[in-house]
Design a protein around this ligand. Structure first.
Ligand code: PLP
Ligand code: COI
Length: 340
């Protein structure tokens, strides 16, 4: 039976669900893994995760479909990206097929926590991995734990689909060189001061520029950018130091194949931003969140789509993407993994 939650008023927060998955790596091998009920983790004070932030994570969602199934969206791409993250931080790769299986096990075991179709909420799934044994010299751990938990969530930004106001960050994300394209704890920790500063000033998010020239648009703290030109072309920044968002890659495909839009994936200069007709943030948590205004100190860019609702192309992309995820629009081959 579904849990008794007020699904449509959920925000983006953590609620402990009943089951999580754990698999441990020791002596060069992963154990068989299992579902467990304990949400707590007890580790050595000297564990690699605490001393040198050897920790990586992923994020994806499970959806209730119109016809009563529970599915998740392209989990194989999260598995592949987590493998890339692991290699970059000298961690053992959790086999990609086992990653997908672990995600499915956690969703199935927690199916009473999957928000109903049409509630506006979804089940957010967080796979992660950390170095668990003591390391005091700067070197990788030799023992690891891979975990997956799930938590029901509502919209990432307060106000749901209302356009948000963001600022151009004066801070760089200061990711260690070359790690911007993976999802690692340290990258995100280095963005916390910038996000707290932005929130204190009343902004919903930061637009990060490339740290070298500060002329190109990178991404935000938790999502990639999409822009729409006045003639209906989708433009999205290409950079080696942003996360290769699965949502953004899916939107590029949807724009071209479902909506017949022209798609440009290329460096985007901040100077161009004032000329776009629509702007949005895209990601698993953000889905597609419209941006109405971008502030860079004294310069205020009002996106023509305005502060009341999503622009027309953003709305079409949003409806098509979420339609595919929730089963009302036919998905491209292999995008939807049915769990139960
Ligand atoms: N960029 C950052 C920094 C993120 O944290 C996320 C969220 O995972 C994204 C982009 C969007 O990626 P995805 O669409 O794979 O969720
Ligand atoms: C996601 O969209 O899955 C993210 O990781 C963004 C944020 C919650 C960190």
């Amino acid at each position: 039976m579904k849990k008794d939650l007020d699904w449509s008023s959920l925000g983006f927060g953590y609620i402990a669900t009943d089951y999580r998955y754990s698999s441990k790596f020791k002596d060069g091998a992963w154990d068989e893994g299992q579902l467990i009920t304990d949400s707590m983790i007890t580790l050595s004070e000297c564990a690699g995760v605490f001393q040198y932030a050897q920790t990586i994570f992923e994020g994806l969602k499970a959806y209730s479909t119109k016809d009563g199934h529970i599915v998740c969206f392209r989990p194989d791409l999260n598995a592949a990206r987590m493998a890339d993250s692991a290699k970059r931080l000298e961690m053992p790769v959790f086999p990609e097929d086992r990653f997908v299986d672990a995600v499915c096990q956690v969703v199935k075991a927690n199916q009473d926590w999957v928000p109903p179709y049409g509630s506006g909420a979804t089940l957010y799934i967080r796979p992660y991995m950390m170095g668990t044994n003591p390391v005091i010299g700067v070197k990788p751990a030799t023992e690891y734990e891979f975990r997956v938990f799930a938590t029901p969530v509502g919209p990432y930004f307060k106000g749901g689909a209302k356009p948000i106001v963001i600022k151009v960050s004066d801070f760089d994300r200061a990711a260690p060189h070359g790690t911007g394209h993976i999802k690692a704890g340290l990258n995100y920790a280095m963005s916390l001061h910038a996000i707290v500063t932005a929130h204190e000033e009343g902004f919903a998010e930061n637009m990060y520029l490339d740290p070298e020239s500060r002329t190109k648009v990178e991404e935000t703290g938790g999502a990639n950018f999409i822009f729409i030109t006045k003639d209906g072309t989708l433009v999205t920044p290409k950079s080696d130091s942003i996360l290769p968002s699965i949502t953004r890659r899916s939107i590029m495909y949807v724009a071209e194949k479902y909506l017949g839009m022209k798609v440009e994936h290329r460096p985007v200069y901040f100077d161009e931003v004032k000329d776009f007709a629509e702007c949005g943030l895209c990601g698993t948590a953000a889905v597609i969140s419209p941006v109405g205004r971008i502030v860079n100190h004294d310069t205020v860019i009002d996106i023509p789509a305005g502060m009341e609702e999503m622009g027309p192309w953003t709305k079409k992309l949003y409806d098509t993407l979420t339609g595919i995820q929730m089963g009302s629009i036919e998905a491209p081959e292999g995008w939807i993994k049915r769990i139960c």
